[in-house]
Design a protein around this ligand. Structure first.
Ligand SMILES: Nc1nc2c(ncn2[C@@H]2O[C@H](COP(=O)(O)OP(=O)(O)OP(=O)(O)O)[C@@H](O)[C@H]2O)c(=O)[nH]1
Ligand SMILES: [Mg+2]
Length: 296
């Protein structure tokens, strides 16, 4: 039997759905509820943390935010159903603040560096409500730009100049920077697959848009960076609702409805290119593992 040891890292800014994904993943890999999904072979880390977030998830409570400095490693050996392939998946559940801090100070920690040295794939999280966009250049803004260029645009006293705030830079710029950080380090060349997870897909699915098309529209810089750097990073975009519904807005009613679903894994909604919606939240991990299996 082939035993590969691929490691995959979850990255994403604050509150982008990383911990909720982990809780839903735990349900799927331990329950046998989803045909064809990866299953848990062994948990190599303390189960207390993952059990805790899983309990919240099962009871349709939003998981707690991961505090800064809380470096939770969840190390699972997952296998395909026929046992023909096993892979070790280490999913460090890092606080999104760590990534924001990296963006601000332009450094990452030694432990983060060690982790990336061992990883071959990234799960890059984008949350539709947390994405801060660029102002698009419309015909109106185009006119304004030419007025400014001519020097004919006058500023009124009421117009205040805003101080530059690095944390207000649009999310896609921060994510591209994160990928460029990795691409700039030759010793991370083996980290060459990126599964983009558009989380909270329940907020988007009624639009009937494909995840890649959504990324093109909402985060064009990131989509374009990935397209232009296909040789450095292969990528796929997945729309995933790990929670199954919007607990923040729909609250108790949504929780009640989720609790009625007999197989808890069926709360999960996964949308990937060319396939109908399904519940296999291990799909992006299978794709990331595939690169490892195909490595010469
Ligand atoms: N509607 C909806 N909301 C979701 C989903 N997954 C996560 N959320 C919400 O998104 C917010 C952030 O989720 P977390 O899983 O805590 O995100 P995180 O990336 O771990 O956040 P940090 O630990 O703070 O970095 C919470 O309010 C969740 O309830 C989903 O599938 N659907
Ligand atoms: Mg978290």
């Amino acid at each position: 039997m082939t035993v590969s040891a691929s490691k995959h890292v979850m990255v994403g800014l604050q509150e982008t759905g990383k911990t909720t994904f982990l809780a839903a993943l735990w349900q799927v890999v331990t329950s046998n509820e989803v045909p064809g999904a990866l299953r848990l072979v062994k948990l190599d880390s303390d189960s207390e943390y993952v059990d805790g977030v899983h309990q919240d998830w099962l009871q349709s409570r939003p998981v707690e935010r991961t505090p800064m400095g809380n470096y939770q490693f969840v190390s699972m050996k997952l296998g395909t159903v026929d046992n023909s392939h096993l892979a070790e998946v280490i999913v460090p559940d890092l606080s999104g603040e760590l990534f924001s801090e990296q963006w601000q100070v332009r450094k990452w920690t030694a432990s983060h560096d060690r982790l990336l040295r061992e990883a071959s794939g990234l799960l890059l999280f984008v949350h539709p409500r947390q994405i801060s966009r660029f102002e698009m250049i419309t015909s109106d803004t185009g006119e304004l730009v030419s007025l400014i260029a001519d020097g004919t645009e006058e500023t009124t006293e009421e117009e205040e100049l805003l101080e530059f705030d690095i944390l207000k830079v649009p999310t896609p710029v921060q994510l591209v920077d994160l990928l460029q950080f990795i691409a700039g380090k030759h010793y991370l060349n083996h980290l060459n697959r990126v599964a983009v997870i558009v989380s909270a897909w329940d907020l988007i699915r009624t639009e009937e848009i494909a995840p890649q098309a959504w990324l093109n529209r909402e985060a064009p810089l990131l989509a374009q960076y990935l397209r232009a750097n296909e040789i450095r990073f292969q990528h796929r975009v997945y729309g995933i609702s790990a929670q199954g519904a919007d607990l923040a807005v729909e609250g108790a009613a949504a929780a009640l409805e989720l609790n009625l679903i007999t197989k808890a894994s069926e709360r999960i909604i996964v949308r990937e290119c060319g396939l109908a919606e399904h519940h296999d939240i291990t799909a992006p991990l299978k794709w990331l593992m595939d690169a490892e299996r195909n490595r010469p």
